[in-house]
Design a protein around this ligand. Structure first.
Ligand code: 13P
Length: 232
């Protein structure tokens, strides 16, 4: 089971340091924990979590190693910092920053090639679900990815992100099973995962972990989600 904290645009270096010092003290044996702070907080997270089993990942990564790409960060830069992996294709990137299946594929491909662990996000919008297009959307988004030992997919239905509207365990299970027919990789669930719904979601056969947004900002709620993960 993998439980990842996507902090989005929260937690600068000082807040990250405080969180990581607290996280170090927790007993989280038997679950793989990843924190994904904003770029400016990666260094302090890597430093303070060194010597623990907790990994640090970025929230995005570019497909070129260097170049005239203002505002972007490359895989070798992340590796130089001691960062373990990166999220790519989060729906907020697709929605607000023009990220496409092609750009997500390029980012994932280069990051994996460089040796990073990658969490690639997919998921349908509410309208797409209502129109019965969920499987088509997932097929389109997943088909650009190639299976890799260092790749996991996060199924994040857009209608469940930051809305408090969680997918039912049945909806999550169905989507995860479908994604696995397309690509043989672990699939995390994301979208309003909270301490009180984590057990049920994580108990589903094809739910291999969670990508947690809002509830990962509070140490207590994040660690209680980590503890809800069935031990393998
Ligand atoms: P919330 O847990 O805040 O709904 O966010 C989910 C998410 O986008 C994780 O990447």
């Amino acid at each position: 089971m993998l439980i990842a904290a996507n902090w989005k645009m929260y937690n600068g270096p000082a807040a990250t340091a405080e969180f990581c010092l607290g996280l170090r003290e927790q007993e989280l044996d038997g679950v793989d924990v990843v924190v994904c702070p904003p770029f400016v907080s990666l260094a302090v997270a890597v430093q303070l979590l060194a010597g623990t089993e907790i990994a640090v990942a970025a929230q995005n990564v570019h497909w070129e190693d260097e170049g005239a790409f203002t505002g972007e960060i490359s895989a070798p830069m992340l590796l130089e910092l001691g960062v373990y992996g990166a999220i790519v294709g989060h729906s907020e990137r697709r929605q607000h920053f023009g990220e496409t299946d092609e750009s997500v594929a390029r980012r994932a491909h280069r990051a994996l090639e460089a040796g990073l662990f990658v969490i690639a996000c997919v998921g349908e919008t509410e309208q797409e679900r209502e129109r019965g297009e969920t499987e088509d959307v997932l097929r389109r988004q997943v088909s650009v990815l190639e299976a890799d030992d260092n790749l996991v997919v996060a199924y994040e239905p857009v209608w469940a992100i930051g809305t408090g509207k969680t997918a039912t365990p049945e909806i999550a299970q169905e989507a995860h099973a479908f994604v696995k027919t397309l690509l043989d990789v672990p699939v995390l669930y994301g979208g309003s995962v909270k301490p009180d719904n984590a057990d049920e979601l994580l108990a589903q056969q094809d739910v291999d972990g969670a990508l947690v947004g809002g509830a990962s900002l509070d140490l207590e709620s994040f660690t209680s989600i980590c503890r809800a993960a069935p031990r393998s």
